[in-house]
Design a protein around this ligand. Structure first.
Ligand code: NAP
Length: 504
C-alpha cells in the first residue's frame, strides 16, 4: 500500500491542503473494497472561481469498476444480515464524523464546486441529516400482516434489501445527493457503488474516508471515479447491480434507463426541473420579491429546485419588477471562499456560455433586460445575476432548465391561465406559490402538476419529506419513510395451515 503522502499530487498540496484542518480528507484515488486504488489515467479537478487546476483524480478502467461491483456484491450478505441496530450505529458514527468535519467538507466543496461557504455548510448539514434519519429508520423497516383470504393461512410481508445499488450523482450538490441515496441504501442493508460527477470527486472521496473511519465494512461503500458514460455503462449493464439511483439531467437519465433495461433493475431518477414561482394577487410585493430572490439564486441558480419562471399578476407586475430588480442588484458576487458573498461562479465556462445564449435568445424574442451587466463579472466563470421581464413561452429561458442566475418574469391575468402556463413543461419537480387567499392557494395545489409544491416557503426539502418529481423530472422519492422503497423489495410469505386436510 502506498503512503498517504505518495497518493497526493503536489497540486493538492498547494491548492487544497492549506485550507483543511484534516488534510487526509482529500483523496485523489478511487475507493474500492476498503482500498484506495489507481486507474490508468488522471483527470483534472478545477476550482470554478479561478479556473485553475486544484488536483487530479483517477480514472478507473472498466474492469476496476467491475471489481467494485464484485466487492459490493461480496460484502452485501454480511451487511444485510447485521442487526438493524448495528447498521444504525455505524451510520450514526458516520453522521457524527460528517458534522465534526463540517468545516473541512464545506471548504473542499467550495474549492471544487464554487458555491458559497454558507451554502456549502448548509449542504453538509443537510447531507448529514439523511444519514441520521435513515439510521433511525433502519430500526423501523417494518413489514405487515395481512388478513387472510385462504382458510387457516397466515399472510405477511417483510422488507428485504435489494442488493448492490449503484448511485450516480451530479456536481451541484456533491455531498447531499450522495448521502440522500447512500444512507437509505445502507440503512436497509444494501451495499453501494457511488459514481460522483467528475467536477466534484473530492467531496465524494471525503465521504468514503469518513465512512471508513466510521467502521463501515470493506466493500459496503465504494466510490468509483472516471468518465460518466464509461463508468455508468458498466453499472447499468451489470446484472449484479440490482438498483440504480441517478440524480442529474433528464437527458442522461433517459440514457441510463435505456442502458438498464437489459437487466431489469430498480431505477430511481431525480432529474431536471423547471419550477414556476407564482405570486397570487393578494401577496405583498416586497415579501414576494424577497422570496423569489431566494428561490432563484441559491447555488448561483444551479439548483434543480430553482425558480425558473416567475409569474406575477398583471396589476402587480411593474411594482414587483421594481422591487425584484433592487433586491437582485444587492446580491454580492464573488469567490465562494469570501465571507458575505451571495453568488459564486458557475461550474465551468460552458455554463457561462449557456447563460449568455439564454439571455441573447430572450432579448432577440422581445424580453427586456432590467439588470445583468456582464462587464462587472469578477472572472471568466461568473455570470452577474440577471433579470429578464416580458418572458414568453417561445423563449428558451421559459422552456429549458436555466441552471444559472437568470430570472425570467411574466405577467398573468387569471388563475386558470397561470396553472396552464406553469404546467406547460415536460418537467414536474417543484413549484412555489406565494399568497394568502386559501381558495386561490387550494386551486393551485390541486392544479399544479409537480411532485412538490411549497406555499409561502422557499425552503421545502429535508430528511423527513418525500423528495421527487413527476413527468420527466423523475421516478421515485428520496428521503422520508418512502426513501427505502428504492432499495428494498417487499417479500410476501403465505404460511399455510399446519394440517392441510382440516385447514387448521
Ligand atoms: P449530468 O450531466 O446528467 O451528470 C450527472 C452524472 O451523470 C455525473 O456523474 C456524470 O458523470 C454522469 N454522466 C454524464 N453524462 C453521462 C452519460 N452520457 N452517460 C452516463 N453518465 C453520464 O448532470 P449534472 O450536469 O452533473 O447536474 C445537473 C442536473 O442534475 C440538472 O439537470 C439538475 O436539475 C439535476 N439535479 C436534479 C436533482 C433532483 O433531485 N431532481 C438534484 C440535483 C441536480 P461525469 O461527471 O463523469 O460526466
Amino acid at each position: 500500500m502506498t503512503s498517504f503522502a505518495r497518493q497526493i499530487s503536489s497540486k493538492v498540496t498547494e491548492a487544497i491542503m492549506p485550507f483543511l484542518d484534516d488534510p487526509r480528507l482529500v483523496r485523489e484515488l478511487a475507493y474500492v473494497n476498503g482500498r484506495w486504488i489507481n486507474g490508468d489515467r488522471d483527470f483534472a479537478v478545477i476550482d470554478p472561481a479561478s479556473n485553475e487546476v486544484i488536483g487530479h483524480c483517477t480514472e478507473l478502467r472498466q474492469e476496476q469498476v467491475e471489481t467494485a461491483i464484485d466487492a459490493a456484491a461480496a460484502a452485501f450478505p454480511a451487511w444485510r444480515d447485521r442487526l438493524a441496530d448495528e447498521r444504525a450505529e455505524s451510520l450514526m458514527r458516520w453522521y457524527e464524523l460528517l458534522l465534526e468535519n463540517r468545516e473541512d467538507l464545506a471548504r473542499l466543496m467550495v474549492l471544487e464546486q464554487g458555491k458559497t461557504m454558507q451554502d456549502a455548510r448548509g449542504e453538509i448539514s443537510y447531507g448529514a441529516s439523511f444519514v441520521r434519519w435513515f439510521a433511525e429508520e433502519a430500526r423501523r423497516a417494518y413489514g405487515e400482516t395481512i388478513p387472510s383470504h385462504i382458510p387457516g393461512a397466515r399472510l405477511m410481508t417483510v422488507r428485504e434489501p435489494i442488493g448492490v445499488a449503484a448511485l450516480i450523482t451530479p456536481w451541484n450538490f456533491p455531498n447531499a445527493m450522495i448521502t440522500r441515496k447512500a444512507a437509505a441504501a445502507l440503512a436497509i442493508g444494501c451495499s453501494v457503488v457511488v459514481k460522483p460527477a467528475s467536477e466534484t470527486p473530492f467531496s465524494a472521496l471525503a465521504l468514503a474516508e469518513l465512512a471508513e473511519r466510521a467502521g463501515l465494512p470493506r466493500g459496503v461503500f465504494n466510490v468509483v471515479t472516471g468518465e460518466g458514460p464509461k463508468v455508468a455503462a458498466v453499472l447499468c449493464r451489470s446484472d449484479k447491480v440490482r438498483a440504480l439511483s441517478f440524480t442529474g439531467s433528464t437527458r442522461v437519465g433517459r440514457l441510463l434507463l435505456e442502458q438498464s433495461a437489459g437487466t431489469v433493475k430498480r431505477c430511481s431518477m431525480e432529474l431536471g426541473g423547471n419550477a414556476p414561482f407564482i405570486v397570487l394577487p393578494d401577496m405583498e410585493v416586497e415579501a414576494a420579491a424577497a422570496a423569489a430572490v431566494d428561490a432563484k439564486f441559491q447555488t448561483s441558480g444551479q439548483d434543480c429546485l430553482a425558480a425558473n419562471r416567475i409569474f406575477v399578476p398583471r396589476e402587480q407586475y411593474e411594482p414587483f419588477l421594481k422591487v425584484f430588480q433592487r433586491r437582485i442588484e444587492q446580491l454580492r458576487v464573488g469567490s465562494g471562499m469570501q465571507e458575505g458573498v451571495d453568488i459564486g461562479p458557475l461550474i465551468f465556462p460552458r455554463a457561462v456560455q449557456k447563460a449568455r445564449e439564454l439571455v441573447d435568445d430572450a432579448l432577440a424574442k422581445g424580453a427586456r433586460l432590467l439588470t445583468g451587466d456582464q462587464s462587472r463579472a469578477p472572472g471568466a466563470n461568473y455570470f452577474m445575476p440577471t433579470l429578464l421581464a416580458d418572458v414568453t413561452p417561445e423563449m428558451q429561458v421559459y422552456r429549458e432548465e436555466n441552471f444559472c442566475p437568470v430570472a425570467g418574469v411574466l405577467a398573468y391575468d387569471s388563475l386558470e391561465q397561470v396553472i396552464d402556463m406553469a404546467n406547460d413543461t415536460e418537467y414536474g419537480l417543484a413549484a412555489y406559490v406565494y399568497g394568502n387567499d386559501m381558495r386561490d392557494v387550494w386551486r393551485l395545489l390541486n392544479g399544479l402538476a409537480f411532485g412538490m409544491v411549497a406555499v409561502n416557503s422557499v425552503k421545502m426539502t429535508g430528511h423527513p419529506i418525500p423528495f421527487g418529481g413527476i413527468k420527466q423530472s423523475g421516478l421515485g422519492r428520496e428521503g422520508s419513510r418512502h426513501g427505502f422503497d428504492e432499495y428494498s423489495e417487499i417479500k410476501y410469505y403465505c404460511l399455510g395451515s399446519v394440517n392441510p386436510v382440516t385447514g387448521r
